[in-house]
Design a binder for this molecule. Structure first.
Ligand code: AHR
Length: 659
């Protein structure tokens, strides 16, 4: 009856001259055969330390410049009562001293106290420190040579100086020693600061002044921020690509990311300026450095925690071609290639090998079982191919079991792209990374992008993509519903081509509300909370429902690639024993879908998850974090047939258990 009434309504609507009529579609799903395997890596995560994603974000350290290593070594530290121009009038002062031995840790602070009642050293954190009432925090310091100073006091304070948590540490050793103390905060505050004061007049040397919540991801000491990892883990990612992005390349070769400097004891990891600090004049972040507290070991561990394949990307001896494009001469390429070879040993080598031993000392004697390595992020031209070849030969010779991921440059078409693909194909590249930062319309119009790709050529890693509501890297980009829905439409095309497309990831992943440089981003956070954008829920829905086998879904024998603004893909999940259908309606009207599912006996009752709003500019926010998030309803089969209505501008996942 409902359907009959519905059939009459369009006639009435036409008579009245209205246009928003529900469209009808008759779809057929053939579950008799698997068209292709969906790779377990199909939907993954791209992580880069941009927008405070690592320091100030995932890495839960609250003290900025904890070891006085920034180019301005006291950046992040304030001495409110210190008068630099007259020591005699000073209550005290911190001076930066360089260690004599050349380790990764170069500086410490020598604090001289004239009048202990007046001197304070305050750390401002990453746009403040997020502190939660009743939560425990661990302060730790390295100290040496206390003269006349026996105790150091630590207080968490609000902007008026009110104390919301405190503890003290007694110092007793002339040589460097680590001290720590755990205390409980009495109030929740988004922007607390850490105040350090001293008892007694004299001097003391301090380094690695560090503050972490005790409650981190998996309770690891000085580990990762729990709410942020949870959002990632909830996506059930197939892989974790790290550490970027352009951050891999550096603006110059000297400032490139070097994984060997990111492993071993945290205090010995040599910090590096973050290449995003002053990249955009409209979003300057001069206090953005990489402490590497989240280093290669922690990335591998995170991937393992989430059941994701680790996908490290290494520099190829070319600095960012949007910056200097500095090239390492071919005759000097060896150390770069060695880094790649050694990384595989670090991940998979025995505990007796040079790098496997370091992994074991860091607490992971078992191998990480690395399967992929990326060579070059967004490089292009003959310089890339020439260098890539050397890496390819060396890796294949020593570790033939490792799959190498190569890149086709920053654009999804054009000279660089064509040249890269042509050359990499000749080299029998296994997987090629493609990047697309394009308008939403491009995503809707390119769901067929992979339909004509060579089925016998390299596989595709759609390694960085995001619909841009305005223009690439514009600060005005929004994670609105139009961008998310358009990505979903496009993703049905990725899935329909799962025989060619083996890995995909949205980029960038995370952004701090105040510390960001680049929009749009999948997840936003401040010092206390975090939320997923509509784009996040699209990624999560696809990843949670990736399936294992691709099925054919058609209308009039054709794939649904946006004709009449309807997109679809269908999969079977042999592990969960389900049929999963993804339908994206990008039109402003409702769609009546009739589906015939052949080749399986399904449970009569199924589930439909829908992301929808009629407002294409709608977003999620700190105030309304789930404004656009999946809504669930039950759906019922009639025999082999299913009738469902798709709301305007909706992304829908329909699931039935197989009997
Ligand atoms: O995702 C932001 C940047 O975009 C990445 O670092 C880079 O690879 C691309 O240009």
């Amino acid at each position: 009856m409902k359907r009959i009434i519905r059939k009459i309504i369009p006639v009435i609507v036409i008579c009245l001259g209205l246009t928003a009529i529900a469209q009808e579609h008759e779809l057929k799903i053939d579950a008799t055969k698997s068209l292709a395997k969906i790779q377990p890596t199909m939907y993954g995560i791209f992580f880069e330390d941009i927008n405070f994603a690592a320091d100030g974000g995932l890495y839960a350290e609250k003290v900025k410049n904890r070891s006085f290593e920034f180019e301005l070594p006291k950046m992040g530290w304030i001495e409110p009562d210190s008068d630099r121009h007259s020591f005699n009038k000073n209550s005290g002062i911190a001076k930066i001293v360089r260690y004599q031995d050349e380790s990764g840790n170069h500086n410490f602070a020598r604090i001289t106290i004239n009048d202990a009642s007046g001197y304070k050293l305050i750390n401002e954190g990453y746009r403040g420190m997020g502190i939660k009432e009743n939560a425990e925090y661990r302060i730790s310091i390295q100290a040496a040579q206390p003269k006349g100073i026996e105790k150091i006091n630590f207080k968490l304070i609000d902007e008026s100086g009110n104390v919301i948590g405190k503890t003290s540490i007694s110092v007793d050793s002339d040589s460097w020693k680590t001290y720590e103390s755990v205390f409980t905060a009495t109030k929740t505050l988004e922007k607390a600061r850490l105040e350090v004061t001293f008892e007694g007049n004299g001097a003391i040397d301090l380094d690695m002044i560090s503050l972490f919540p005790v409650d981190t991801w998996k309770g690891r000491k000085n580990g990762l921020r729990k709410d942020l990892v949870q959002l990632l883990d909830d996506m059930d990612p197939g892989f974790l690509r790290f550490p970027g992005g352009c951050i891999v390349e550096g603006r110059t070769l000297e400032k490139r990311y070097q994984w060997k400097k990111t492993v071993g004891p945290a205090e010995d990891r040599e910090i590096l300026v973050n290449r995003w600090n002053t990249e955009f004049s409209h979003r300057l972040t001069p206090d953005y450095y990489q402490s590497f507290g989240l280093g290669y070991f922690e990335y591998f561990q995170l991937a393992e925690d989430m059941g994701a394949e680790a996908l490290p990307i290494l520099g190829v001896g070319i600095a960012c071609q949007f910056n200097t494009g500095e090239l390492v001469p071919m005759e000097d390429l060896d150390p770069y290639v060695e880094d790649a070879i050694d990384l595989i040993q670090f991940a998979n080598g025995s505990v007796d090998s040079e790098w496997g031993k370091i992994r074991a000392e860091m607490g992971h004697p078992e191998p990480f079982n690395l399967k992929y390595i990326g060579i070059g992020n967004e490089q292009w031209g003959p310089e890339y191919i020439e260098r890539y070849k050397v890496f390819q030969t060396a890796i294949q010779e020593k570790y033939p079991e490792i799959t190498i991921v190569s890149g086709s440059g920053p654009f999804p078409e054009g000279d660089y792209f064509e040249y890269g693909w042509e050359q990499l194909k000749k080299l029998d590249a296994a997987i090629i990374d493609e990047h697309y930062y394009k308008p939403p319309k491009w995503f809707r119009e390119n769901a067929t992008r992979y339909d004509d790709y060579d089925r016998n050529g390299p596989k595709v890693f759609a390694g960085e993509y995001a619909a841009q509501s305005v223009a690439i890297a514009s600060p005005d980009n929004k994670n609105n519903w139009e961008t998310a829905m358009s990505e979903a439409a496009f993703m049905t095309g990725l899935e329909r081509n799962a025989d060619v497309v083996h890995l995909t990831s949205y980029a960038p992943l995370m952004a701090h509300k105040e510390g960001w440089q680049w929009t749009p981003d999948l997840i936003w956070f401040d010092n206390l909370s975090s939320y997923g954008t509509p784009n996040y829920y699209v990624q999560k829905l696809f990843a949670n429902n990736s399936g294992t086998d691709l099925l054919k879904i058609t209308e009039n024998k054709k794939a649904l690639t946006g004709q009449k603004e309807l997109y679809a893909s269908a999969v079977r999940d042999t592990d969960k024993n389900e049929i999963i259908i993804k339908l994206v309606n990008t039109s402003s009207s409702e769609k009546e879908i009739e589906m015939d599912i052949k080749g399986v006996r399904l449970n009569e009752s199924g589930e439909m998850l829908t992301l929808q709003t009629s407002d294409l500019s709608a977003e999620n926010s700190f105030e309304k974090p789930k404004n656009i998030s999946p809504q669930t309803q039950n759906v019922k089969l009639k025999g082999r047939e299913l009738e469902v209505d798709l709301k305007p501008y909706s992304v829908n996942i329909i699931k039935f258990k197989i009997n």
